[in-house]
Write a protein that binds this ligand. Structure first.
Ligand code: SF4
Length: 487
């Protein structure tokens, strides 16, 4: 296959290094950029059709903020109502507990074959490899998820997991992994995948799904797909396990109207997701288990500057619009959730491993402008950069119990070069005489050795930019000469 294959848990590299690998295939990079930009355009069209669009965004942000503020109460309400419908509710503190609960449920029911619809939470927890190591066959039934699963790659986008691949890549994948005949077009490939999956659905003993929304008032859950795979995966096998992050709660059924209108329009530019399955309790004769996962969400809720990131409904709009994401590909982030929201969530969780991500941003603000729940994404990214450079925080980390403790870089790990450069610039700027001398030196260097700016640490910046011609005299010198001419 022509693409670079990444292991399911890629080792951490600087974002720009990963991006360079993606950009090495210029044709792919251009295709990826254009495909996502087209979806962003469709999103704009659908949003423009609703005069109340901005009110919906505001309402969604307020509902989510309110729910998160009252989260313990709404969790209790949801649990009681879900149990009333006959569902079993489990709580998992972290990914390991989530995986253990799911595996225990499967093994206690003698399940070795599972169909799974798209769930970023199970990706976050590494559920597939965990179950596979224990002899459970897990088949991802979302078409994009199936493709990346067959390639042993992580999804590159939270809504369109295989957006980095072209038809030829998919054809080769199906041929090599499933023995498919030569199929030259997307329609034939889809039909082949449907046939392959149909057998898996019929043989499955359990279905695992994610949850888009969980309603405290009713105890119901809503799963949105465009392929109906969640509906089939929960209708055929007798056991349904629904895995959700605790931020998926909304207070009332009436709130769904706000979120369902925003979600599909923001995600893919559709008026509504093709299938929105509402489930209240198990299907007749079946069993429903809902696993509610924390895995760092409570800690994020306590983050004063960043708790708003928990409002995310995983629509992917911030990725589709982000100029960095479109040109660097989702794998370059080496996180479950990539793009602008991932560049906030991942460094909050693992600050050292993902410290390059807040810098993978032009601060253009496009992500903030499209986010349906009005998360101030680019401002949060800027705040994360600032936190990385705060020397006081680097030298005196708060206790681990303090909100934000995980964010603080280890003492001495802040960028020394940037600190030195800031100190030097500050020293120069404090004296008009020094500023004038420094300006004269830089103008002379720039004119005498123009190639100098493409050497040393500045290269990363100057290699892709052209400096304007440097003037022979400074503004002050020209102004003084003009004044002299007048007098
Ligand atoms: S941060 Fe906003 S735009 Fe990005 S995925 Fe989440 S809800 Fe969508």
């Amino acid at each position: 296959m022509s693409t670079v294959r990444l292991p399911l848990h890629a080792p951490q590299l600087e974002h720009r290094e990963q991006a360079r690998r993606f950009l090495a295939d210029g044709e792919r990079a251009a295709f990826h950029d254009a495909a996502l930009w087209q979806i962003r355009g469709r999103r704009d069209q659908r949003a423009a059709e609703l005069p109340e669009w901005e009110q919906l965004r505001e309402l969604a942000a307020q509902i989510k903020a309110h729910t998160l503020a009252e989260l313990p109460d709404y969790l209790e309400q949801f649990e009681a109502n879900a149990r009333r419908h006959g569902a079993h509710v489990h709580f998992a503190g972290d990914a390991a507990e989530h995986n253990r609960i799911v595996h225990e449920l499967l093994s206690s029911h003698g399940v070795t074959r599972v169909v799974k619809s798209k769930s970023m939470l199970t990706e976050e927890c590494g559920l597939n490899p965990y179950l596979e190591r224990r002899g459970v066959e897990v088949v991802d039934t979302d078409l994009g998820e199936l493709i990346v699963q067959l390639r042993r790659e992580p999804p590159s986008h939270i809504v369109m997991p295989a957006i980095h691949l072209r038809v030829g890549d998919v054809e080769r994948t199906f041929r090599e992994a499933l023995g498919a005949p030569a199929l030259g077009d997307a329609q034939s490939l889809t039909e082949f995948a449907r046939g392959h999956l149909r057998a898996k659905f019929l043989a499955a003993q359990a279905g695992i799904t994610g949850v888009n929304f969980a309603i405290a008032e009713t105890g119901g859950i809503v799963v949105c797909t465009n392929e109906g795979n969640a509906d089939l995966g929960t209708s055929l096998p007798p056991l349904h396990i629904a895995c959700m992050g605790l931020e998926k709660l909304v207070p009332r059924a009436a709130d769904l109207g706000v979120f369902l209108r925003l979600l599909a329009r923001s995600a893919t530019g559709q008026a509504i997701t093709a299938y929105s399955a509402h489930m209240h309790g198990p299907r007749p004769g079946g069993e429903l288990h809902i696993v509610i996962v924390d895995n760092g969400r409570s800690a994020l809720r306590g983050e004063r500057a960043h708790h708003g990131a928990l409002r995310c409904i995983r629509c992917g709009a911030c990725m589709n619009t982000c100029p960095v994401f479109r040109r660097s590909g989702g794998h370059s982030y080496a996180t479950t959730v990539p793009g602008p929201i991932g560049s906030i969530l991942a460094p909050l969780r693992e600050p050292q491993r993902h410290r390059s991500l807040p810098h993978a941003c032009t601060l253009c603000g496009s992500c903030t402008a499209v986010c349906p729940v009005k998360i101030d994404l680019h401002e949060q990214l800027l705040a994360l950069r600032q936190r990385q450079l705060e020397p006081a925080m680097a030298s005196s980390p708060p206790s681990p119990a303090e909100p934000g403790a995980a964010l603080v870089p280890a003492p001495g790990s802040a960028h020394r070069g940037e600190q030195l450069a800031s100190a030097l610039i500050g020293w120069v700027l404090r004296s008009p005489w020094r500023l004038a001398r420094a300006g004269a030196l830089l103008r002379w260097l720039g004119r005498t050795f123009p190639a100098l700016s493409h050497r040393g640490p500045l290269r990363r910046w100057t290699d892709t930019r052209q400096l304007p011609p440097l003037p022979a005299r400074s503004f002050h010198q020209r102004h003084a000469a003009r004044q002299r001419g007048r007098s």
